[in-house]
Unconditional design. Structure first.
Lengths: 315, 275
């Protein structure tokens, strides 16, 4: 078996920025003293004249990004998810979202897989927060290849985008040479008929493993990569519900308000379908090795398998 | 400043003040106090200083103004209308359903508004970003941010000030409308930001103290800001909240309250005398 390449989505973000620096002279990158960690530092090194550090001042970071966008620039502004979506929520809402400005809020270190830094830095609320802002696009890539492609796609889109990246090196699922990021479209990774697993971020890989295990148990699982959480690809979600009759949603985020919330809202109105949500179960995180934490908080293939077996019975 | 210009500006300002009263009276809500305190400065900027064109509100090379104290939109709308961005009679639609004159400025709805504001402390950061963009684009336009004195209690103002000075944004002028009152009382009673001038100085600004109702001092301050190289300018304008309407002057209660019919008549009569 070929060795699995592991790379964090934040590194894919850095790759994307580096590429943008070559092809788009209107791209500016900003950070709040985390350039090394968020990987904007890669861009800074190559294009120092197009990089601005706001220091540890996230409120101002996103305000300045808004102002720069009004002078014709496409601004990629980064911090950790906690301090972007969390601390600067209202700046993003009022200074970027309301005027619908061309700022890409690129938040790294999302979710429990931050690891040892613990609960204060493990943001599992960002998707919920960003989803409430009208006109905000939310992208949560599954691997570094998708992350890079999403960054390039976001630069071509005029308007605010929240992009969510992880710290942890995760298995590379997609082939860089053939992968195509389709804006706003959920991607079916494998077909199935008994249950549909709608996964986002690092849970896509877990969903693929879970589908294999379910196959051995005689359950045919469809795996759908929902890289774009808003606007939700309603057609794909409704098709999954209609074709499979039950849904598992898997995300490295609180079960409240994230992809699970979005799918439940949609289906309860348009096509009531049994759903099981796999995510952080309304609790704060804690310190520990990222992979151990993912298992402990139920963010792995085993928990998806269990949820799928349960939800199939509720059909 | 010659007497003719001064007299014209005073009359323009009186018209703006009348439209602040007109708008808030018709809306039965809004913020007349802080609108009246910033009127002379906004009048000078739009009628005399800013390179803006009502026929082309989004011209690339125009000067930009961000009303960071967005609740005083009635003054901004009145001056934009006077400048010709939209019909003065539309002031009566302020805050009404379907009006393009929102309670707080909305850049996509109102011609001449450069940024949506209203949540205090945020506008200055956006102005800083615009000023940085002008430098990167090698454009000569200037950016103005208008702040309230209560507003500078927001920490984001100082994040923005630190950044603006660190980047040497001498194309940025910040105005603090120092009318000394905020919703809950005087700014000292609530949480004193004084000394305002020394704080901005400490943050690396060129600081100018003026009487914000004296057009000669206003003009001189903005000219000095133009001529200051290497650092942003902060103009601390001592003003009177409710200026021009006797019963509103220095009264905290007129921060966010509209005049009733009787008060409207008195206010309009007083302001008419300045025409």
């Amino acid at each position: 078996m070929a060795e699995v390449i592991k790379k964090a989505t934040r590194d894919g973000y850095g790759d994307g920025l580096l590429e943008l620096g070559k092809i788009d002279d209107k791209v500016i990158v900003m950070d709040a003293d985390l350039a090394g960690a968020t990987k904007t530092g890669v861009f800074k090194k190559a294009y120092p004249e197009k990089f601005f550090n706001a220091g540890i001042a996230e409120s101002n970071l996103f305000g300045v990004a808004a102002g720069l966008s009004l002078t014709g620039y496409t601004v990629f502004a980064s911090s950790f998810a906690m301090f972007a979506a969390g601390r600067a929520f209202e700046q993003i809402r009022n200074s970027i979202g309301y005027p619908h400005l061309n700022v890409k809020i690129c938040a790294t270190h999302a979710g429990i897989s931050v690891g040892e830094d613990g609960a204060s830095h493990q943001c599992c609320e960002d998707i919920a927060l960003m989803r409430t802002i009208p006109g905000m696009t939310i992208i949560n890539p599954a691997d570094a290849v998708e992350a890079k492609a999403a960054v390039l796609a976001a630069a071509k889109y005029e308007g605010p985008v929240y992009m969510r990246f992880g710290r942890l090196a995760v298995p590379q699922i997609f082939d860089e040479d053939t992968y195509e990021f389709k804006w706003g479209k959920a991607a079916t990774i494998s077909e199935g008929t008994d249950v549909a697993i709608l996964a986002t971020g690092l849970m896509v890989n877990e969903a693929m493993i879970a589908a294999e295990e379910l196959k051995d148990k005689g359950i045919s699982a469809r795996v759908v990569n929902v890289h774009t959480i808003k606007p939700l690809d309603e057609k794909a979600v409704l098709a999954a519900a209609r074709d499979c009759g039950c849904i598992v949603v898997a995300e490295e985020h609180s079960i409240i308000g994230g992809l699970g919330g979005a799918v439940a809202e949609l289906l309860s109105e348009k096509l009531p379908t049994p759903i099981a949500r796999v995510g952080v179960n309304d609790t704060f995180g804690k310190s520990g090795p990222a992979v151990d934490l993912l298992h402990e908080f139920g963010l792995d293939a085993a928990h998806i398998v269990k949820a799928a077996k349960d939800v199939v019975k509720r059909k | 400043m010659n007497a003719e210009l001064k007299s014209k500006l005073q009359k323009d300002a009186a018209r703006v003040r009348m439209n602040v009263i007109e708008g808030t009276f018709n809306a039965k809500s809004g913020h007349p106090g802080g609108s009246l305190s910033i009127t002379d400065i906004l009048t000078y900027l739009y009628m005399e200083k800013l390179n803006v064109d009502p026929k082309n509100p989004r011209a690339e090379d125009r000067d930009r103004l961000v009303l960071s104290k967005g609740h005083t939109a009635p003054a901004l709308y009145a001056v934009l209308a006077l400048k010709g961005f939209f019909p003065i009679e539309d002031i009566k639609t302020l805050r009404k359903p379907d009006s393009y004159l929102q309670g707080h400025p909305s850049m996509h709805m109102t011609p001449g508004v450069d940024m949506s504001t209203g949540s205090l402390g945020q506008g200055i950061s956006v102005a800083v970003g615009m000023a940085l963009g002008a430098k990167l684009n090698k454009k000569a336009y200037r950016v103005y941010a208008i702040l309230g004195d209560g507003e500078i209690q927001e920490g984001q103002v100082w994040e923005a000030a630190m950044f603006a000075a660190a980047k040497g944004l001498d194309n940025l002028t910040v105005v603090v409308d120092n009318n000394n009152l905020q919703i809950d009382g005087t700014i000292e009673e609530v949480n004193s930001p004084y000394p305002i001038d020394e704080k901005f100085e400490a943050f690396g600004f060129n600081v100018i103290n003026i009487d914000g109702h004296d057009f000669e001092q206003i003009a001189a301050a903005f000219e000095a800001a133009d001529n200051c190289k290497g650092k942003p300018t902060a103009i601390i304008a001592k003003t009177i909240k409710g200026k021009g309407v006797s019963f509103m002057e220095n009264q905290v209660g007129w921060h966010g309250k509209a005049p009733n019919a009787e008060e409207y008549e008195i206010a309009m009569a007083e302001l008419k005398e300045a025409l």
